[in-house]
Design a protein around this ligand. Structure first.
Ligand code: SAM
Ligand code: SF4
Length: 326
């Protein structure tokens, strides 16, 4: 369906948990409070919302979190979502720690692609950034994913003075591997507000300086706002998701569903449509389905024109990324 600015909204990010087995310093550091399980959508509720969304033109779903693979039964959910009429693609964003273990079940369930978050290739640094010594398992998962039929992307968030010196080695993973490496600019959401990231404009310039033969790549690599470049001879591409230094709101095609059943049309603003009262209320059958569709229609229609990440005081989203669903 189109929103009131004429954007076609066909992609929904679905957060299935606020829990995580890592403690990334910009997302979910130690000591954060977790939601009680009863306030998290059940898989059946998620299916119901996705089915209603599909009736309105949502075609692609991204399962995320928190860490989606810490919730038991994630592959079963993916199988269920793949069977929802109208849904064409289901993909997963994961930190990769448990991916090796669940990969066969995910492939079997029909998963289309996986994004793995990886901010550093240094073991000690990885432990410092994520709070856990898990780099080896993540790298093993990347290899396993590459050997599977899944399309693979790596997501890296650079922090000034922490891992920004690794941008070239991270990008270099695409030299001999058929995967895309994407740099996501740090967004002023949750703890990201307090951490200085790296401007993708600088990375692009630096990449071009080192590889003057670099080519813009306008082909579609996925559902998101990444802009890609190709370096001749490299097997994979390098992408830039530049929420801060490359506003892409005009092409934004997404809606978010939080693990607590909130429909969230823009990351920047705290406004959510709480679906829980409807899902856990008395209304049933066609009336319930119609109310759900109508809530989704309203959320899509009223999607804000653009984010306001450049004016920190105007950002009304106060939650953490792990809870919203990054
Ligand atoms: N746990 C999974 C993972 O790490 O891929 C999925 C959820 S995580 C919130 C999704 C992505 O959001 C990760 O790549 C993470 O690095 C990114 N992220 C978290 N906080 C962010 C922020 N403030 N700005 C930009 N990206 C952020
Ligand atoms: Fe967990 Fe992903 Fe947040 Fe890291 S970025 S704490 S892996 S949800």
């Amino acid at each position: 369906m189109l929103d009131r600015f004429g954007r076609s909204i066909d992609y929904m990010r679905v957060s299935i948990t606020d829990r995580c087995n890592l403690r990334c310093r910009y997302c979910m550091p130690d000591g954060v409070e977790l939601l009680p399980m009863r306030s998290i959508l059940t898989y059946e509720e998620i299916r119901e919302i996705c089915a209603a969304a599909a009736e309105l033109g949502i075609r692609k779903l991204k399962v995320t979190g928190g860490e989606p693979l810490v919730r038991l039964g994630c592959p079963d959910l993916i199988r269920t979502l793949k069977s929802v009429p109208g849904i064409e693609q289901v993909t997963l964003t994961t930190n990769g720690v448990l991916l090796g273990r669940y990969l066969p079940a995910l492939v079997e369930a029909g998963l289309d692609a996986v994004n793995i978050s990886l901010d550093t290739l240094d073991r000690e640094r990885y432990a410092a950034i994520t709070g856990r010594d898990e780099l080896t398992s993540v790298l093993d998962s990347v290899d396993a994913a590459l050997a599977s039929p899944l399309r693979v992307k790596l997501n890296a968030v650079l922090q000034k003075g922490v891992n920004d010196d690794e941008w070239l080695s991270l990008a270099g993973l695409a030299r001999d591997r058929a995967l895309d490496v994407r740099f996501i600019e740090m967004m002023p959401i949750g703890l990201g507000k307090q951490i200085e990231g790296m401007a993708n404009t600088l990375l692009r310039e630096e990449l071009l300086r080192r590889f003057p033969e670099l080519e813009e790549d306008a082909s579609v690599h996925g559902n998101g706002p990444a802009a890609y470049v190709r370096i001749p001879g490299w097997k994979g591409g390098v992408g830039f998701i530049s929420a801060i230094h490359g506003r892409f709101c005009g092409e934004c095609n997404r809606l978010r569903l939080t693990s607590q059943g909130g429909l969230k049309p823009c990351l920047c603003y705290g406004d959510v449509t709480d679906l829980m009262p409807l899902l856990r209320g008395e209304t049933a059958g066609e009336e319930r389905a119609a109310l759900l569709r109508s809530a989704l229609e309203n959320a899509i229609w009223n999607k804000p024109k653009q984010h306001c990440f450049e004016e920190l005081e105007s950002i009304t989203e106060k939650g953490r990324m792990a809870r919203i669903g990054g």
